[in-house]
Ligand binder design. Structure first.
Ligand code: PXG
Length: 290
């Protein structure tokens, strides 16, 4: 495998970062997870834009333009002969000292890994997922804003550990006020009486690109949408529920905190939106091999 590292495509075995990199020492950096479908990098421009926003929010200056980053992603896919799969794009603060002051890191590091992806088993898409709310709350927007896709994922990892401990596949994270924020690596949606709801970004959610795409699909299908604050009550009384994320796409949810959602089967609006989403993956994105 060839990995893009600071302007060069190098062999996987040569793709190394310093133990003094602040990405490793402090989780000081940002990242993106991007999918390739049918010879295209899906929503590449949106992912790159979000990466640069995340970087800007932590005053990390990426040493190349957005257009150069787009080309670097395409080149990395081409070098690995990939038309389907997953890209992990990482920008770290770079090599510094053992002190946490980022001024000690003169040069950020850019890493692009293009690989295949491990998906949820097909059963989850057909039968739906069981999830639960967990004790760890989402970080405050005034601490590390969850809108920043940073290399510090301990908040999410703690919640995922709590999900593992109670034997469910994902965790719903509430914010400090008790409103639903998101899951550990996915945004959350509920359907009630034909309307589609998802928490507002101000509740402590990532500005999810799949979330946005699904909202676009809903508008195109004439399904009314809303972004109100949601409580657990709103989830428990929903007719349908699903999660969205680059890796998961759209996963139906049929049980929350031991309570059956709707009929206990993936719902019709979820199915309609999933079909519309999959159609978009065929036509949307930068072409890898012309
Ligand atoms: N919330 C959080 C906290 C995320 O990390 C999403 C929502 C969904 O956003 P997108 O833009 O992907 O629709 C994410 C994204 C992984 C993995 O390896 C996780 C994500 C993306 C890709 C891979 O678990 N999380």
């Amino acid at each position: 495998m060839k990995v893009y590292l600071d302007g060069q495509l190098v062999d996987e075995s040569d793709a190394k970062v310093s133990v003094f990199d602040h990405g490793l020492l402090y989780g000081d950096g940002v990242f993106e997870g991007i999918r390739m479908y049918h010879n295209r990098i899906f929503k590449l421009r949106e992912h790159i834009e979000r990466l640069y926003w995340s970087a800007k929010a932590i005053l990390l200056e990426i040493p190349m333009s957005q257009e150069e980053m787009i080309q670097a992603c395409l080149e990395t896919c081409r070098a690995n002969q990939l038309r389907e799969g997953y890209i992990r794009l990482i920008v770290t603060r770079g090599r510094g000292t053992l002190g946490l002051d980022p001024r000690r890191c003169p040069k950020p590091s850019v890493i692009i890994i293009a690989a295949t992806i491990q998906l949820y088993p097909e059963k989850v898409y057909n039968e739906g997922m069981t999830i639960a709310t967990v004790p760890t709350t989402r970080m405050l927007v005034n601490s590390v804003n969850p809108a920043i896709k940073s290399l510090n994922y301990l908040n999410n990892i703690l919640a995922r550990i709590e999900a593992n401990l109670i034997g469910v596949e994902e965790a719903i994270m509430l914010n400090s006020e008790g409103f639903v924020a998101e899951c550990t690596g996915d945004n959350i949606f509920a359907v009630q009486k034909g309307r589609l709801y998802t928490p507002p970004l101000s509740a402590g959610a990532l500005y999810g690109i799949t979330r946005n795409t699904v909202l676009d699909c809903a508008r195109e299908l004439g399904i009314p949408t809303g972004e109100p604050n949601l409580t657990r009550y709103d989830l428990y009384t929903a007719d349908e529920m699903f999660l969205t994320g680059t890796a998961a796409e759209m996963v139906p949810v049929v049980k929350v905190d031991g309570r059956v959602i709707g009929t206990g089967q993936p719902g019709p609006i979820t199915a309609k939106l999933l079909a519309a989403f999959r159609e978009k993956t065929r036509h949307d994105g930068e072409i890898i091999f012309s």
